[in-house]
Design a protein around this ligand. Structure first.
Ligand SMILES: [Zn+2]
Length: 183
């Protein structure tokens, strides 16, 4: 079907270390499963201090920014984070709420065009109990969905590899981002 950027999994299976290299270009340190970082080691506070390439940032706004999830549920899985280290959505200022919303809308348009996805899952997990991987710093998930990506639920359990280099995906999304919306 046209527009589904399916990667040939068998191509990657023949290169055993490809998945190791997936993560190595990026210095942004995420936590091990089930651990929470200390506030002074928050990856979402650290990311904006790095280059876009190192941090996987695709767009920077005034109050919030957009980056690729290092542990994507699907290729092109983005996170929108305020720069401020706040945990809960109701702690965000009106300006932060507005810009998180605007960046989310722009991300949807970009992914629809660049990744030609058929739908999205949008959402925020608030607190550890609700499944937030990094509970201390608010982040909105934008997960592109394709009609044939039935592997989505197994992915949550950590069983699906994303056969696509994150750096390549970042560059594609960043270049598709409308220039007026980038800083
Ligand atoms: Zn933070």
């Amino acid at each position: 079907m046209d527009g589904v950027p399916a990667e040939a999994g068998e191509r990657f299976a023949a290169v055993p270390d490809a998945f190791q290299r997936l993560w190595t270009p990026h210095r942004l340190v995420y936590i091990e499963h089930g651990q929470q970082p200390h506030d002074d080691a928050c990856p979402f506070c650290r990311a904006p201090e790095l280059s876009d390439e190192e941090s996987l940032i695709v767009a920077r706004g005034e109050h919030a920014y957009v980056l690729l999830n290092l542990y994507p549920y699907n290729s092109g899985h983005l996170l929108v984070c305020p720069y401020r280290h706040i945990a809960q959505y109701d702690e965000a200022t009106p300006e932060e709420v507005a810009e998180i919303g605007e960046l989310t809308q722009t991300a949807m348009r970009v992914l629809r065009t660049a990744a030609r996805c058929d739908g999205f899952n949008l959402g925020m997990n608030q607190g550890r109990i609700a499944g937030a991987g990094i509970a201390g710093h608010l982040h909105q998930h934008i997960v592109p969905r394709w009609a044939l990506d039935a592997n989505f639920f197994p992915i949550i359990a950590g069983t699906k590899a994303i056969p696509r280099l994150l750096g390549e995906t970042r560059a594609e999304i960043a270049s598709a981002w409308p220039s007026g919306a980038r800083r």
